[in-house]
Design a protein around this ligand. Structure first.
Ligand code: ADP
Length: 353
């Protein structure tokens, strides 16, 4: 029963110089300071020659839960699924679901007589949840012939793991796993970020690494990756609930070039994005994807638009980390929030006028 839309302010941060190209990154957020801060991070990256990224892995996962009469029988299916000799047959069955879904592997885990099978597949430019679920259903139907005593409990058994914090995504990855890095010059740290390389390195160690360890963090070794991830997700029509695992990020900062410059990196193992399907088709969201040059399906190389979007998310997180950490190091955080978040301007009216 759709009744309308909820309007959100959208700003752009940029230019973000990433892998030799420039992007203006749309961010939908009610936190005014966030866009300004990410923009400052982009400036520091740009003035230092840009950031570089690598997609380490690309595969969406779904893990059904099935039950047998005994644990021994559940183990039999585990060995069958993990036997390389059976992969080709399973892939043919799985891949029938879509032109784009291609089985990459199956990882199994037991809890007594319950078996959890984590299927991973490439999904072209789609985020891929529908695609992987259809492929998994094909395999479950196929398995029922030889394992007729298999009781399918649920197509999702939480070992996937979708929209919940889970070590499996942090360690194995889900969606796109991306690393993004930049070397920020000493003078840029001083001039644009108003702090020093040594202050940033120390703060990163005490806050993002030791502080998160003290908190028992799971994938949360960063300052505010989820701020940027959610804002870009909402602007570009991604599923905002997947912000949970998409924001897993470890931020590293080290002094390089004889201690003068700053090497910063963000490693994000489970960025779940797509440029087709879901909310990406809506007019405003599609316009935001277009702004980034990643709208819709890539005809030449299916999947390259979605992978590029994932690198832009990581590049924007890098900018956000750089700026917030600098504000904290310089003790500016509260002041800037008072300035940018206490605006009396009504953004919905500003957008309409
Ligand atoms: P999701 O799996 O992310 O939930 P949907 O199933 O809603 O996505 O959307 C994917 C649909 O888009 C599929 O029907 C697929 O065949 C189609 N499609 C067209 N081009 C592409 C592409 N380049 N990559 C992935 N899917 C594509």
């Amino acid at each position: 029963m759709p009744i309308g839309f909820v309007a959100l302010p959208v700003g752009i941060a940029g230019p973000l110089v990433l892998d030799g190209r420039t992007y203006y990154v749309p961010m939908a957020t009610t936190e005014g300071c966030l866009v300004a801060s990410t923009n400052r991070g982009c400036k520091a990256i740009g003035e230092s020659g840009g950031a570089q990224s690598v997609v380490l892995r690309d595969g969406m996962t779904r893990a059904p839960a099935v039950r047998f009469g005994t644990a021994a029988r559940a183990a039999e299916l585990k060995f069958f699924l993990e036997d390389p000799a059976n992969f080709d047959t399973l892939a043919i069955v799985f891949n029938r679901s879509s032109r784009f879904g291609r089985l990459q592997g199956i990882k199994c885990s037991l809890a007594g007589r319950n078996l959890y099978m984590r299927f991973s597949c490439s999904t072209g430019d789609a985020m891929g949840m529908n695609m992987v679920s259809k492929g998994v259903q094909n395999v479950l139907d196929y398995l029922q012939t030889d394992f007729s005593d298999m009781d399918v409990i649920s197509i999702s058994g939480n070992f996937c793991s979708d929209k919940k914090p889970a070590a499996v995504n942090w360690i194995e990855g889900r969606g796109k796993s991306v690393v993004c890095e930049a070397i920020i010059k000493e003078e840029v740290v001083k001039k644009v970020l108003k702090t020093s390389v040594s202050a940033l390195v120390e703060l990163n160690m005490i806050k993002n690494l030791a502080g998160s360890a003290v908190a028992g963090a799971l994938g949360g070794f960063n300052a505010h990756a989820s701020n940027i991830v959610s804002a870009v997700f909402i602007a570009t029509g991604q599923d905002p609930a997947q912000n949970v695992e998409s924001s897993h990020c470890i931020t590293m900062m080290e002094a390089v070039n004889d201690g003068k410059d700053l090497h910063i990196s963000v490693t994000m193992p489970s960025i779940e994005v797509g440029t087709v399907g879901g909310g990406t088709q809506l007019a405003s969201q599609s316009a935001c994807l277009d702004l980034l040059g990643v709208k819709g399906a890539s005809l030449e190389s299916p999947g390259s638009n979605a992978r590029l979007l994932a690198t832009i998310v990581a590049g924007s997180v890098l900018a956000g980390e750089l700026s917030l950490m600098s504000a904290l190091a310089a003790g500016q955080l509260v002041r800037s929030h008072m300035k940018y978040n206490r605006s009396s301007r009504d953004m919905t009216k500003a957008a309409a006028s």
